[in-house]
Design a protein around this ligand. Sequence first.
Ligand code: C2E
Ligand code: CA
Ligand code: CA
Length: 660
Amino acid sequence: TTRRPWRLRALSQRALVTWLDERGLRWRADEPFAGAELDPPTTALLVQGYLLTLAVVALPLSVAANSRRHVLQGLVASERLFRQGFSESLVGMVLLRRCRDDAGHVLGGLDVVELNGVAARLLGEPEDHLLGTCWTARLGEGDQVLLAEVVEATARGRSAGWRGEVALPGDHGSRFLELALSPLPESVGPGMFVAQMIDVTARREAEERLTAQALQDALTGLANRTLLRDRIGLALSVLPADGPAATALLFCDLDDFKHVNDSAGHTVGDAVLVEVASRLRALLRPGDLAARPGGDEFVLLRAAVGPGEAEALAEEVIAALCRPVEVDGHAFVVGVSIGVVHGRAGSTAEELLRDADAAMYAAKAEGKRRAVVYFEAHREHARRSVRLEAELRRALAEDELRVHLQPVVDLRTGATVAAEALVRWQHPEHGLLPPATWLDVAEQSGLMPALGTWVLERACAVAAGWTGPEGGRPVTLHVNVSARQLEQQGFVDTVRQALDRSGLPPERLVLEFTETHLDEVSDGLLQDLVALRAAGIGLAADDYGTGYSPLTRIIELPLSMIKIDRCFVADMLEDVRARAVVTTLVRLGQSLGLEVVAEGVETAPQARQLIALGCGAAQGYLWSRPVPAEAFTPAVLRRPAGVPAARRALPAGVSPPASG
Ligand code: C2E
Ligand code: CA
Ligand code: CA
């Protein structure tokens, strides 16, 4: 605009005429200004003025008007576009300005200047309610502080905005927003920001669920084994190296929980576990952890305890869990055995769990419903098991095991009808060891299938050589089978092999399984049992009545015999309940067509009572203790002196039991 007048002023009169001439233009009378009596220079001046006016005023004006219209149209269009983009955006958009107090001082928060529908929905209020209100005040406290820092840092030019997740607390829990907060240039408006946000609550919830699933026990919501290990490790790592504080671990195993599952079903069992979990939770202090590493095992972790504190907590747990648990109108009493262990700096989570477990087993062995604090003796017990296992392997290899036999007597005739094989260990230093002192180690160490197979082979070989008493059939052989043997692949083949090798007919073999082994019979095992039974082999439920299996189990399994546990026989004469169990089992056997053998008969009155109840066979010190297999000859089998030749009643003056 400064250059244009200069150019026009420079256009001299002469130059103008020349310019017109060159373009074949001339001034004519009918042309504008023609009527004016003007000399050519004046005319030229006027023309110049006209052109000047045209150039200086009209042209720029029209150009300006034109471009302004265009600009305005453009602005309107872009404003409309922007507004549309803003309000129709699928993302929540909020235009924000730094809050000021009444005195005009800027504050850390941000006020809503404008927002779109999505943002209003995310914030849970109509747009007009939100305008002018403090947006940041709606966020969680931590987020408010964080964003105030961001706003401050932006004002000082140290931040170009922020991106992350913020919580929006509400009456029904928090919603979570992914937020992008960008400052607008100062030219647009000082202290202004635009916030874009999307709702990520669903994603966040899904993530939380996944994390929880990975670290939580699904049934009770307590921590799982992974989280437990982690937290034990953490607790140990922050313990001061010296000082009285220790990390306490309580390993709680429910007593007889299997009974609940067996008698009431798994749904009720689950409900009981959930209730147990909630009772344990109620005992926690801030910082404690309750976990369910599996089955009916629970662990409580207290990161730092003083002397006596862990024991007190264990007492609380026992008191809490000994109150009956009611489910569906039924009351269940689940006791608990607890192993308590104190971890010091330098211990590991593995050690703590192992020691607490060992102490828990000691609590079970001492009679359940108690807490046992771990001490070296428990570890000593574990070490002893390791030594014993090595010795047992040697014993098996060096042929130190023996088979003893105890007769089973027909109560009606007094004749020996069978013999039970019972294993013994002829220890080079300690002499003859009964299985009670070492069989569980064999079973736990995995030595059992081999050991059991050895007993089976040896006993079959002995029994195959027996001949019957004059005219009678040779006695049957009973062999005990452990849980490990039953689980073993190809158990049926092992039995067939033992029979084939020895030549013992299958009808002369009875396999005894303890009732507890028969509690969880898989389809595969059931098939095995059916195959054995079909081959003519007898199957006996040993120690019957001590487990918790329902009576129906006896029908589900292809059994041929029940052996009544000796604890009922021992108490039968004094205790009506024991007598009731014996009576029931004898009747059950009769009605199901199963042979019934009463175990542990030590006195003649017991034998008489059994005969009166109609029990068919018995076994016990009254007739004979187990004797070495070699001593168990057919001669011995022929009714030993003093054994009652029973037929409904025993003759008076039964001799004392023969000793083995
Ligand atoms: P069990 O199968 O119940 O065997 C009967 C146990 O009662 C035997 O103890 C026997 O000696 C004892 N007994 C027999 N009559 C009387 C009596 O009148 N009074 C008393 N108080 N006890 C009597 P043992 O030989 O010490 O065997 C203990 C357990 O070890 C057996 O209980 C059985 O479960 C297991 N066992 C023994 N040998 C073997 C074996 O070869 N394989 C397997 N898997 N287990 C075996
Ligand atoms: Ca037995
Ligand atoms: Ca038994």
